[in-house]
Design a protein around this ligand. Structure first.
Ligand SMILES: Cc1cc2nc3c(=O)[nH]c(=O)nc-3n(C[C@H](O)[C@H](O)[C@H](O)COP(=O)(O)OP(=O)(O)OC[C@H]3O[C@@H](n4cnc5c(N)ncnc54)[C@H](O)[C@@H]3O)c2cc1C
Length: 541
């Protein structure tokens, strides 16, 4: 029987992960990517001798990466993953060798990062968050002793949410309302549907601790005031398996995944923007590229933005009657300004870390302006990333390559970024210099460029310039999040941050597995392939 053909639109981490899985399911898989290189949000900007990862930098759940690198033709591993024991040993030190895994290390070297984050408050004090309960308690004692007991209670609730929400339900695809209703009682019992900030505020009195234990969803586009408390699981995911870095940058992980895909026989085409998804009799027949070329396929998976997939790539005649209203009704996530900059190192540089969160003077009010009011704020919080503290190869000798990321409203705001972008980037860099984070930055600066929400809308094709797909709020979670299997067109599927389970690199890898499972079931892929172990079959033959 001839092999079936799959086309994946977009080479983001979700698209490549799904393509690897389709290849393992026995499809001839082709990825067609609009840009000139893979990665999507994880695209790499190389300029003036500096290498900047443009997007994700905090890698978590390394065994998801290992699972992708372990796949083979006819060995799809679509069952529930084995969750390995935690990364920290009994002395709360990262265990040797847990980062990479044997199959990962054939393609990319992954190393742990400690502390996970250094979180600076506006008064100059800081908290080194490393997942170690002993040092966490010591730091709470130093900054907010009144919150020590609250931390223990928070920790217990977060652990319970992690066990149920991630270990047990993480891979559940909520394709029907029934599948969702079955888990609601459990989630209510765990207190996982209140807002994360509400949960955190119950346990912590100090503003500083409330920020430390609630900021993490911002890294996947969630407003701590609005994300359901199920997102407390991020705290435990990080604590259990650590935070990691791919040597050479996240771009090296993307390159490794592409190589794995190609080693399995898959084909990646760049500079190949898709104009539309071909549909006949409510079933997809493939895609048409912008240059008019048609690629026939049995299955099409879109890794493009969810709203863009429906509003631009599926002709209106093939969309469900309520599709446009539903797409436009959904709340899009916030956006970002990201400033990439290279500067001269100095021996007496302040003691920054690989990942630094620099919080501004306001928290709740600032979040409200970014997510709800959608206005330019007088102040900002930022995530300053300096990977050259771990990996000097990303910059010319004697230099650092850094980026700083500032959450901003998406383009529903009407802000003119041609005017506001240069002003905000100048304010942020002056802040870093004047507050002593990087003294004399202006004199040392060798490269500076930035992106605004316009990059997300114009270059990445994200509706309203969203940074992370639809916003993770309760009413857009699980069944209520866009579905990975299209209801409008047969054999059309979606993958990536706009779909279930959500944004962030581990989630889009989970999304790839959920989508592949639906495809395997719908297209009748043999059970032996789905969970096959080729070595055993070979031995039996
Ligand atoms: C600045 C930033 C920092 C982040 N930091 C972290 C982090 O530290 N840790 C973490 O876990 N997550 C982080 N995230 C989130 C994470 O990067 C994303 O959730 C994830 O990478 C999204 O992957 P994806 O595959 O869903 O989509 P994308 O990466 O958006 O890929 C979609 C691809 O589809 C292509 N495409 C679109 N339309 C078409 C078309 N018509 N034809 C062909 N191709 C098309 C696009 O060019 C793109 O390559 C960050 C995000 C950003 C923006």
């Amino acid at each position: 029987m001839s092999r079936r053909k799959a086309v994946v639109i977009g080479a983001g981490i979700g698209g490549i992960s799904c393509a690897i899985r389709l290849q393992s399911l026995g499809f001839d898989t082709e990825i067609v990517e609009a840009l000139d290189a893979p990665g999507g949000r994880a695209y790499v900007r190389k300029v003036d001798g500096f290498v900047f990862d443009m997007g994700p930098t905090v890698l978590t759940v390394p065994h998801f990466i290992e699972e992708l690198f372990s796949l083979q033709q006819d060995h799809a591993m679509l069952g529930e993953p084995d969750f390995p024991a935690g990364t920290l040993d009994e002395n709360c030190r990262i265990r040797e060798g847990v980062s990479g895994g044997p199959n990962t290390s054939k393609y990319v070297e992954i190393v742990p990062i400690l502390p996970f984050y250094r979180i600076y408050f506006d008064d100059g004090t800081f908290f080194d968050y490393d997942g170690d309960p002993v040092s966490t308690r010591e730091q709470i004692k130093r900054l907010a002793p009144e919150d020590l007991a609250g931390y223990e209670a928070f920790h217990d609730q977060a652990r319970a949410i992690f066990h149920r929400g991630f270990l047990k339900l993480g891979y559940t695809y909520f394709g029907s309302l029934g599948s969702m209703l079955r888990v609601v009682p459990d989630l209510l019992k765990l207190g996982a549907v209140q807002s994360l900030f509400g949960m955190v505020s119950k346990y912590f009195k100090s503003d500083k601790m409330r920020q430390v234990f609630s900021f993490e969803p911002l890294l996947v586009g969630g407003n701590p005031m609005k994300v359901p408390a199920i997102y407390a699981m991020i705290h435990f995911v990080e604590k259990t398996w650590g935070i990691h870095y791919a040597k050479g940058g996240t771009g090296a992980l993307v390159a490794g995944l592409v190589k794995k895909f190609e080693d399995m026989g898959g084909q990646l085409r760049v500079n190949a923007p898709v104009k539309r998804i071909l549909v006949e009799n409510r079933t997809t027949k493939g895609v048409e590229l912008e240059d008019g070329e048609e690629i026939a396929a049995d299955v099409v998976v879109s890794n493009a933005d969810y709203a863009t997939t429906y509003l631009k790539l599926v002709d209106k005649a093939h969309r469900r009657i309520n599709r446009d209203a539903l797409v436009k009704f959904r709340k899009q996530s916030m956006s970002l300004m990201v400033i990439y900059f290279g500067y001269e190192r100095r021996d007496n540089d302040p003691d920054l870390r690989h990942h630094n969160i620099i919080l501004g003077p306001r928290y709740e009010a600032l979040l409200d302006e970014i997510f709800e009011k959608k206005v330019m704020s007088p102040d900002f919080s930022q995530y300053l990333h300096i990977p050259t503290l771990t990996d000097p190869t990303l910059a010319p000798p004697g230099h650092h390559a850094a980026y700083t990321l500032i959450p901003v409203p998406n383009n529903a705001s009407g802000i003119d970024w041609d005017i506001e972008g240069p002003k905000l980037s100048a304010r942020v860099l002056s802040f870093l210099e004047e507050q002593g984070y990087i003294p004399d930055l202006t004199a040392r600066l060798k490269h500076m460029s930035f992106i605004t929400p316009d990059y997300f809308s114009e270059t990445l094709g994200s509706y309203l310039g969203n940074g992370f797909g639809v916003e993770p709020v309760l009413t857009q979670t699980a069944f209520f999040r866009p579905h990975n299997k299209s209801e409008d067109v047969h054999n059309l599927y979606l993958v990536g941050q706009g779909t279930q389970p959500g944004g962030g690199t581990p989630s889009v890898m989970m999304s790839a597995k959920m989508t592949a499972r639906e495809i395997a079931r719908d297209l009748g892929v043999e059970a032996s392939v789905i969970n096959g172990v080729p070595e055993q079959r070979e031995a039996a033959a």
